[in-house]
Design a protein around this ligand. Structure first.
Ligand code: TTJ
Length: 638
């Protein structure tokens, strides 16, 4: 790896005007998501310095005015005049689009993901940005506003020659962003992930805003091994160790960590140069190949599989597996529509050779763990065969029989999915009101009885036998898992409608968990919604108001006056509303509130844990989740 990194290496491409004109092109959006991306863009530069071996700590501070300070103890951005541009390298970094070592090769760069666009973009989108560099006994400073230099680099003091580092303080431009409040928890999830992926790097996140002062430190000596332990928290591991493989092959640095738990789900997260790759790619392929082959080899050698028996499938072996696969690649090629899939072919062999060798060694050294995994895999193989049989029957039925739709479904008359929606309703009685209330042409109703099966805790074959789940699968039309086909979706909106209480939230989450595990694409593509029935009805002088929160009720009461003419009803469930009320408040597309369910790519591992925590046995995290449920959905006026 070349560490001879100087001003000349920083290449110049183009100017910043366009960034301010079309910010979405560079940071994805100008919503909260884009706002937080600014922070990651800056922090990633320091992480690059850590990966190069020169930075041990990064401090990120949210200030009173929602500006952010990022400080590292790296070598410091070079300040010398760059020949090509005739200005200081530091100014090049912050004022010229696509500057920064990223395109120059040499070292593994964090940046380069979907929106890995660099510090000049952050500068263009900041009302003010100030940089301080400590190098060779001097303190340098430069200032910018909306991409333009307001103070050229100058020496503002001296420091101990042993000191070195970079400090960037920026205030996102409030004339550009729709949201300017930085969310501590959002940064926390991402920075924790970064710390897990960069062994030994210490990241400190501070909030200095009045009334919400706090500080958290992320520092993991175990790296991705600790990441796996973290992801498996609240679950029961099948064995104590976290299996860890590490090595360099063909210039690819490979790290993999895994541990099985007693659930039936596979949770594998893959990263290239610390960038999350939700669509996987060659590193994931190499990992899966190695795992499948190594376990089958071990099973044969140790007579856990008979000669007459079929090989275990990859899916069987990965049942209940939590894993992180992280590679560092010199020149990563990202493919696919969203450029989130690693394409470098040499990575398949590199990963599979490192993983095969070290996993084989682990299994030989730890026969108890090996046996536990293989016993689970063999059970999975049997369950999968039973499930396949059940599914084939369902499939045949629906292929032959056009009336295979579930009996309880009151379908809409339109066959154009774009205008159709389906309400999944808790309970037969609410289902009855909903059927009466609906707009028959475009709204279908599927009532479900009581609590649906918790798919987190059920084995595949039982899932297929569950009537409520079968109804949903047939009604949606898309099929599941490998059979999933979004073009067969029969409704553009899938709306979960449950009571506005804790039980209702629990049922909604069971349904979301099912959709997340069996047809995640429906959530990713934004087809899944939560209906929002009102909490209160206020009647006064023959007029009616509905309130969806305590705050809203208070506001209405402030307007109409608090007196004895107020008749306030607190709805305990959908069943307390008649058909007309249900229509007005919850179903009418012109008046209702819908929440769209999100899957945030920036926090994939966290989302998964959230569902799992909720569905597991622990009651406290569940309550907490339900209370914070609003975080995972966005307000949408439809
Ligand atoms: C470049 O080559 C010589 C020594 O240091 C290398 C460098 O640029 N290091 C570096 C950059 N450390 N930290 C940064 C950095 C930190 C922040 C917060 C923001 C930016 C844009 C860069």
């Amino acid at each position: 790896m070349s560490t001879d990194y100087n001003a000349d290496q920083i290449q110049i491409l183009t100017g910043l005007e366009g960034v301010r004109r079309r910010p979405g092109m560079y940071i994805g959006s100008i919503s909260a998501r884009g706002l937080h991306h600014l922070v990651y863009e800056i922090v990633d530069n320091s992480v690059d310095e850590a990966l190069a071996g020169f930075c041990r700590e990064i401090d990120v501070t949210i200030c009173q005015d929602n500006s952010v300070v990022v400080v590292d103890d790296g070598r410091g951005i070079p300040v010398d005049i760059q020949k090509k541009a005739g200005i200081s390298a530091l100014e090049v970094v912050f004022t010229i689009l696509h500057a920064g070592g990223k395109f120059g090769g040499g070292g593994y760069k964090v940046s380069g993901g979907l929106h890995g666009v660099g510090s000049s973009v952050v500068n263009a989108l900041s009302e003010k940005l100030e940089v301080e560099v400590r190098r060779s006994g001097k303190i340098y400073e430069a200032k910018f506003s909306r991409g333009k230099v307001t103070q050229h680099v100058k020496v503002i003091g001296e420091c101990n020659p042993a000191e070195h580092g970079t400090r960037v303080h920026f205030l996102p431009d409030s004339t550009i962003f729709e949201e300017t409040v930085i969310d501590f928890d959002t940064l926390k999830v991402r920075l924790r992930e970064t710390a897990f992926l960069t062994k030994n790097l210490k990241i400190v996140l501070k909030d200095e805003r009045q009334g919400q002062e706090r500080e958290e430190t992320f520092h993991y000596e175990g790296g991705i091994q600790e990441f796996v332990t973290y992801l498996n928290r609240g679950k029961t591991p099948l064995y104590d160790q976290v299996i860890y493989c590490e090595g360099v092959k063909d210039n690819v640095l490979v790290e993999a960590a895994m541990q099985h738990n007693d659930t039936y789900n596979e949770n594998i997260f893959s990263f290239v140069n610390n960038i999350n790759t939700p669509e996987g790619g060659t590193h994931l392929t190499g990992f899966k190949n190695a795992v499948t082959k190594t376990f089958n080899d071990y099973a044969r050698t140790n007579k856990l599989l008979k000669d007459s028996e079929e090989n275990l499938s990859g899916e069987d072996i990965r049942e209940g597996m939590t894993a992180i696969i992280s590679v560092k690649v010199q020149d990563p090629q990202f493919e696919g529509q969203t450029k989130q899939k690693l394409g470098n072919t040499e990575v398949i062999g590199a990963v599979s050779s490192v993983v095969s060798e070290q996993l084989t060694y682990f299994l030989e050294q730890n026969p108890t763990a090996a046996r536990a995994i293989l016993e689970k895999s063999i059970l999975a193989q049997r369950a999968r065969a039973a499930a396949r049989k059940a599914r084939d029957i369902t499939r045949r039925k629906s292929a032959l029989d056009s009336t295979a739709l579930p009996g309880k479904l009151a379908d809409c008359s339109s066959k154009n999915p774009d205008e159709c929606e389906i309400f999944i309703v808790e309970g037969d009685s609410a289902g009855g009101s909903a059927k009466e209330a609906r707009s028959r042409a475009t709204q279908a109703i599927l009532p479900l009885r009581g609590k649906i099966l918790n798919v987190e805790k059920a084995r595949m074959d039982h899932v297929y036998e569950n009537a409520e789940i079968k109804s949903m699968i047939t009604a949606f039309g898309t099929g599941i898992h490998e059979d999933f086909d979004i073009s067969k979706l029969r409704y553009n909106k899938i709306i979960i409608m449950t009571d506005a209480d804790v039980d209702g939230a629990h049922i909604a989450t069971l349904m979301l968990t099912f959709i997340y595990r069996f047809m995640p694409e429906l959530i990713k593509q934004g087809h899944v919604y939560l209906a929002q029935p009102p909490l209160y009805k206020l009647e006064k002088n023959q007029k009616i108001w509905y309130a969806y929160s305590d705050e809203e009720l208070n506001n209405i009461l402030k307007d109409v006056g608090r007196d004895q003419n107020n008749k306030i009803q607190r709805y305990k469930g959908l069943g307390e509303m008649d058909a007309e009320q249900l229509w007005e408040t919850t179903m009418d597309p012109d008046r209702r509130i819908l929440l769209r369910v999100n899957m945030d790519d920036d926090a994939l591992s966290e989302l998964d844990v959230t569902f799992t925590t909720l569905m597991g046995d622990q009651v406290e995290p569940r309550r907490e989740f339900i209370e914070q449920n609003a975080k995972y959905v966005t307000n949408l006026d439809v």
